[in-house]
Write a protein that binds this ligand. Sequence first.
Ligand code: MN
Length: 240
Amino acid sequence: MTTRREFLAKFGTAAAALTVLPGFAFAADSPVATHAISVLPPLPYAPDALEPFIDAQTMSLHHDKHHQAYVTNLVKAVGSDPKLSAMSVEELVSNLDAVPADMRTAVRNQGGGHANHSLFWPSLKKNNGAVPKAELAAAMDKAFSNYAGFQAQFTKAATGVFGSGWAWLVLEPAGTLKVMALANQDSPLSQGLKPLFGIDVWEHAYYLKYQNRRPEYIQAFYNVINWDFVTERYLDLRKA
Ligand code: MN
């Protein structure tokens, strides 16, 4: 386990820089933007932009109430610690072992919720049936045989989450792609993996329109993956 002192030594420079430019190591609209713990990033489109696949009321509540609650509760948990407060939420959830024990569960849950949703919004856009292209398509072919192979694994992972959680497409340290499911608001970042995008299968993400029909929501979701964003994120994270 990393000690708090080692943690701050590791991130002291970043934390100092982030004090000047709170939370944003990259421009806010960068596909690899990081996020201040205290700021709810704006929804980058109108709430009805994903209709009919995800309805406007769900998007408004999900962003304005649910995501805001993760931000509010994270600030409550770590707001009294100026060094932690100055870090991005992505740095925090990437280093849970180094967060003081009395804050760790809150950072895992509320910080995970903040980080996951901050990636969720920009990774969505009506795609008119588009599928991955170029380098991302090649990486998917390597990992899953083809796009249909990816879909099969992703659908299975999302369908199989018991209770609340997410299915993710992640970039592993070796540079390969993998599909995985994680419970609650656990972030792939906490396992040293880089999330490219995920599907939120908490009921709050789909229940108003789809009620108990999670499989229908998952099928609809393929129409709102912003492949341009995900491809740019893949290329940037692969370089990082
Ligand atoms: Mn959610």
